[in-house]
Design a protein around this ligand. Structure first.
Ligand SMILES: Cc1cc2nc3c(=O)[nH]c(=O)nc-3n(C[C@H](O)[C@H](O)[C@H](O)COP(=O)(O)OP(=O)(O)OC[C@H]3O[C@@H](n4cnc5c(N)ncnc54)[C@H](O)[C@@H]3O)c2cc1C
Length: 561
């Protein structure tokens, strides 16, 4: 038996992005002990992503606009939206912005919102309120608040497993960078571990974003929803890998292969011209199969695949885009030059990068999952957005449902304070350690292979043959975990567990992608190029008592309020 340390708290929060921080702060205000466990450092994940200038957040203009925004979320989400969650989201954004302003966070705001078309959110049809969240100014203000609320922080600790007793949450097992196991006994938990972009070779996420929360939740009995919908955004391969591209500038650019040939024309149907698709592509960051701008990303992806040594596609501007009007453009090019050292006229090559996940753990409007004591918030959840998501609502989602989850989890903890039963903890730990999956090959090589397969076959363009091929290849990797090892000789247990999660989660993702035999939102199925009304159903993922993963089509709840 390897050694472990035990730690007791009321509410455990997993994740140090905006959802986790919001949850922890709200729970602590309700006079319970709160512990925040972060795989990386506090202020990490996509909420503090170094590959972008900051985060745009949108809010409704007024009460009438709330209804309009929810209707548009539903339309853009292609019907796969829980409207009651969208209403909760939209109704609470302004209050959460005010909370942050109260602790000293300063948002960038436009002088002339209605006159600035760069601020119409991606996929939206009109202006909403717009707030720019920047990292350096906000961190010290938030840190001060976290400290004043006595929130205990464990950085560089990874939650590996959620433990249940009598079907309710009881605690969690974590590991730190020194390979030390920690048991957190808690009455409730908020999973706020972000999306799963890290499962893709080219992604705009930080290395701590691997969908681990999804696997934790699924293994504990929670349901997952809308997993097949993940956004891809063009990012730079060169001059600085992993830099987000300003999509608003597409209409001033041409796309070329390494030999300098224009790539777009050959992918366009006869009746559509390059100029019109580039103009439309300039209105949204992530790919969508709903609009004719899809041909830009289809061309981009296919050309990237056909480059032997993966050079990406050349992005050449016809004018000086850095001086164009618009707050977003100005913020972006200022950041690009000052922080990234890149000028618009440098040699730039781009490719589709995995960006943000639109699906995840299924929650209700109190951020409850279907397991008592387990709550979830932020990008690790799904249902409030559908297939496509309106820009600026992912950060808003982290703030709104983070706060709700913190409140719900603290109320639950007050009612059901957990008493540590030493014998129970010992049994759980020894069962976990006895069943821990350690790989017989280098876990890094497994993750690299999974990422390659996911990027090539689970990207914006998909088809049955390639999805089945990836499933077959990844299934072969399961056998690496069949062996038993003495864990005291394994130097980096967390890496092995991460590789195991990569294999399991990528299989789940590829299976839901396979089951969705249509093109809807952020993916295009070559073999099923249209959206099909019979498919206006959720694919819900759950795990049976026997450990088998189940995929169930469920009708949408069209009228939920
Ligand atoms: C480049 C980029 C630009 C974006 N721009 C916008 C934008 O302009 N507007 C917008 O609305 N959205 C935007 N998004 C999306 C938005 O940033 C995220 O959806 C949101 O910040 C997610 O917040 P979160 O707290 O849910 O997750 P994250 O901020 O990703 O935080 C997840 C946290 O969980 C921790 N974690 C993960 N696994 C574990 C584990 N096993 N144990 C312990 N801790 C764990 C991580 O270390 C991290 O601290 C952008 C995303 C990217 C990548």
């Amino acid at each position: 038996m390897i050694n472990y340390v035990e730690y007791k708290t009321d509410v455990l929060v997993v994740g140090g992005g905006l959802a986790g921080i919001s949850a922890a702060m709200e729970a602590a205000k309700n006079n319970v002990n709160v512990t925040l466990v972060v795989a990386d450092k506090i202020f990490s994940g996509s909420s503090f992503n170094p590959y972008t200038w900051g985060l745009g957040i949108i809010a409704p203009l007024n009460d009438a606009d709330k209804v309009d925004l929810v209707e548009n979320i539903y339309e853009v989400g292609c019907g796969l939206v829980e409207k009651n969650l969208s209403y909760t989201l939209v109704n609470n954004i302004e209050d959460r912005i005010n909370d942050l302003q109260d602790v000293g966070v300063e948002f960038k705001k436009p002088d002339n919102l209605m006159g600035d078309n760069t601020l119409i959110p991606c996929f939206d049809k009109k202006h909403r309120k717009w707030y720019g969240f920047t990292f350096e100014q906000s961190k010290p203000k938030l840190y001060q608040q976290i400290k004043s609320l006595n929130i205990k922080i464990f950085e560089r600790h990874k939650i590996l497993k959620l433990i249940k007793g009598d079907d309710t949450f009881a605690g969690a097992i974590a590991i730190n960078e020194n390979n030390q196991i920690i048991y957190f006994s808690a009455a409730s938990v908020v999973i706020a571990s972000g999306g799963f972009g890290g499962l893709y070779k080219h992604n705009l996420n930080t290395p701590d974003i691997n969908g681990e929360g999804l696997f934790l939740a699924l293994s504990a009995g929670c349901e997952l929803i809308n997993l097949e919908f993940i956004q891809f955004i063009p990012g730079y391969i060169k001059p600085k890998y992993k830099t987000i591209m300003a999509e608003r500038t597409f209409k001033f650019a041409s796309l070329e292969d390494p030999q300098g040939n224009n790539i777009l024309e050959k992918y366009l149907p006869e009746e559509i011209n390059a100029k019109e698709v580039l103009i439309e592509r300039s209105t949204h960051g992530p790919f969508t199969s709903r609009l004719k701008s899809k041909y830009v990303d289809i061309a981009l992806f296919k050309e990237c695949l056909s480059n032997k040594d993966f050079q990406g596609v050349k992005l050449k501007y016809n004018i000086d885009v850095s001086t164009l009007d618009g707050l977003l453009i100005k913020e972006y090019f200022n950041w690009l030059e000052k922080k990234q050292g890149i000028m618009y006229n440098n040699e730039i090559t781009i490719a589709p990068f995995a960006h943000a996940s639109n699906g995840g753990i299924k929650i209700n409007r109190k951020a409850e999952t279907n397991v008592a004591g387990i709550y979830a918030a932020g990008e690790t959840t799904g249902g409030m957005h559908g297939a496509d998501r309106i820009g600026g609502l992912s950060t808003a989602n982290a703030l709104v449902f983070g706060t709700i989850a913190g409140n719900s989890a603290s109320l639950y903890a007050k009612k059901y304070r957990n008493h540590v039963d030493k014998a129970f903890v010992k049994r759980q730990l020894s069962s976990f350690i006895n069943n821990m999956k350690v790989s017989s090959v280098d876990p890094n090589s497994i993750m690299i292979k999974v990422k390659d397969l996911m990027w090539e076959n689970g990207n914006v363009v998909r088809n049955e043959e390639k999805l089945e091929y990836s499933i077959k290849e990844i299934k072969k990797m399961e056998k690496y975990f069949d062996y038993k090892y003495d864990l005291s000789y394994i130097p980096n247990i967390a890496k092995h567990i991460q590789a195991y999660n990569y294999v399991k989660l990528s299989l789940i993702l590829l299976n839901v992608m396979l089951l969705r035999r249509e093109s809807r939102g952020p993916h295009y199925r070559e073999d099923y190029p249209y959206q099909i009304s019979d498919f206006e159903k959720y694919i819900v993922v759950s795990q049976g008592q026997d450990g088998m993963v189940k995929y169930t089509f469920k009708s949408t709840n069209k009228d939920s309020q």
